[in-house]
Design a protein. Structure first.
Length: 82
């Protein structure tokens, strides 16, 4: 099954490791370090021009999605990701 992350970006649901609300980046030092490392490794992609609402983590990329984490969770049918 595929998950539409916004814009023209789609990923396999089996590749999704985690889906977070974007606010976690501000409230967690670990999250900040993780994203900072991903940026240095050029493994971050911001989807679309809208303000990001969620962060989707796959083995090879971190996506900033304009779609809320709750909506992505529903789309993915992955119940234990948030």
């Amino acid at each position: 099954m595929y998950i539409h992350l916004g814009g023209e970006k789609v990923v396999l649901s089996s590749e999704v490791i985690a889906i977070f609300d974007v606010s976690i980046e501000k409230s967690s030092k670990v999250s900040k370090l993780f994203v900072s490392h991903a940026v240095k490794e050029k493994q971050v992609l911001r989807i679309g021009e809208e303000e990001p609402k969620s962060i989707v983590v796959t083995p090879t990329m971190v996506y900033y999605s304009p779609i809320s984490s709750a909506t992505l969770k529903k789309k993915s049918s992955i119940q234990s990701m948030m």
